[in-house]
Design a protein around this ligand. Structure first.
Ligand SMILES: O=C1C[C@@](O)(C(=O)O)C[C@@H](O)[C@@H]1O
Length: 278
C-alpha cells in the first residue's frame, strides 16, 4: 500500500517494494498529504508520472475517510471523478466502495464509537447498499471505467464480523453488479472469528467467478492475511515500512514474500480417494 504525500516519495517506495517482492500497488489518493497523495497532485500529468513509473499494476483508491480519522471533503460523485482521472492517468483499476451513491450510516473511522460498532457482531455491515438506484449508478460507473480501460474492484469494509454465508451474499451481490474483482474486509475479534473468515475465503473461492480478496480488520485477522492467498484470495496487502501513526495491520512486504516463497506445493492435485494413505 502506497500512502506517500508526493509523486517522488511514492515512486521511491514503489521502487523499493518491487525489490522486496511486491507485485502490484494500491495507492491512497485521499488524505491530502497525510497518509495519501497531496490533493494538488490528483491530475492526469502527476498521477501519470506515478503510475507509469512501474510496469506493475496500480489500483487507485479514494475513500470517504482519511487515515487520520477525518472524513474527506468530496462527495461520492467527486470521489468517482478522481478515480476516473486516475484510470486516464494509467491506473489499472480502482477501488469502489459498495455503498457508493448511498452511504451506509455509521461512526467516524478510528473513533471510540467505531470500536464499539466493530465489537458488536449485530452491527449492520457497512459499505454495502441494496438501494436499486445506487446499484444502477454503480453499474454505470463500472461501465464507464471499463470503457476507459480500467477495472473496478467493489469493496465492503463491513466494520463488523461476517459469517461465511453473509460474506458470500455480499460478494455475489457485487459480482452481479458487474464488478471485475471483489474485496470483503470483515472484522475478527477472536480465533473463532478468524476461522470463519478463512471458511468464507474457501466459500468465495468455490462460488465466485471473479478474483476476490477476503480478509479482516483486527489483530486476530493478521495471521489470516498471510494465509488467505493459499485458499484463493488474490493478494495480501503489505507495507514497505511502518511510519509513526501509520496502519500496522498489514504485514511488511519482504516477510510476506518470504512466507509465500517458503510455502510451496500446498494445493491438492488429487482427490482424497486417489491419494495413498498410511
Ligand atoms: O482495503 C484495504 C485494505 C485495508 O482495509 C486493510 O485492512 O489492509 C486498508 C485499505 O486502505 C485498503 O484499501
Amino acid at each position: 500500500m502506497i500512502s506517500e504525500p508526493t509523486v517522488g516519495e511514492a515512486r521511491s517506495v514503489m521502487k523499493h517494494s518491487e525489490f522486496e517482492g511486491a507485485d502490484s500497488f494500491i495507492v491512497n489518493l485521499m488524505g491530502d498529504g497525510e497518509f495519501g497523495l497531496e490533493r494538488s497532485l490528483l491530475n492526469e500529468a502527476d498521477l501519470g508520472e506515478l503510475f507509469r513509473s512501474t510496469s506493475l499494476p496500480s489500483m487507485a483508491c479514494y475513500y470517504r475517510w482519511k487515515y487520520t480519522g477525518e472524513r474527506v471533503d468530496e462527495d461520492d460523485e467527486e470521489r468517482m471523478e478522481i478515480l476516473r482521472t486516475a484510470v486516464r492517468a494509467g491506473a489499472r483499476a480502482v477501488d469502489m466502495v459498495g455503498d457508493t451513491f448511498n452511504p451506509t450510516p455509521g461512526p467516524d473511522e478510528f473513533s471510540d464509537e467505531a470500536t464499539e460498532y466493530s465489537l458488536d457482531p449485530d452491527s449492520t455491515a457497512r459499505e454495502f447498499t441494496t438501494d436499486p438506484d445506487a446499484i444502477d449508478r454503480q453499474r454505470e460507473e463500472i461501465k464507464a471505467i471499463n470503457e476507459l480501460g480500467g477495472e473496478v474492484q467493489l469493496t465492503a469494509h463491513t466494520r463488523t464480523h461476517l459469517s461465511p454465508d453473509r460474506a458470500l451474499e455480499i460478494a455475489t451481490a457485487f459480482e452481479r453488479r458487474g464488478a471485475d474483482m471483489v474485496k470483503i474486509v470483515s472484522v475478527d475479534t477472536s480465533w473463532e472469528d478468524l476461522l470463519e473468515t478463512l471458511e468464507a475465503t474457501v466459500l468465495l473461492n468455490r462460488e465466485l467467478e471473479i478474483p476476490f480478496i477476503m480478509m479482516s480488520h483486527g489483530e486476530h485477522g493478521v495471521l489470516g492475511r498471510y494465509m488467505a492467498p493459499f485458499l484463493g484470495s488474490m493478494l495480501c496487502f503489505t507495507q514497505h515500512e511502518y511510519p509513526p501513526g501509520g496502519f500496522y495491520l498489514q504485514p511488511l512486504t519482504p516477510n510476506v514474500r518470504a512466507v509465500f516463497d517458503s510455502i510451496r506445493n500446498v494445493t491438492p492435485t488429487r482427490e482424497p480417494a486417489d491419494q495413498s494413505w498410511l
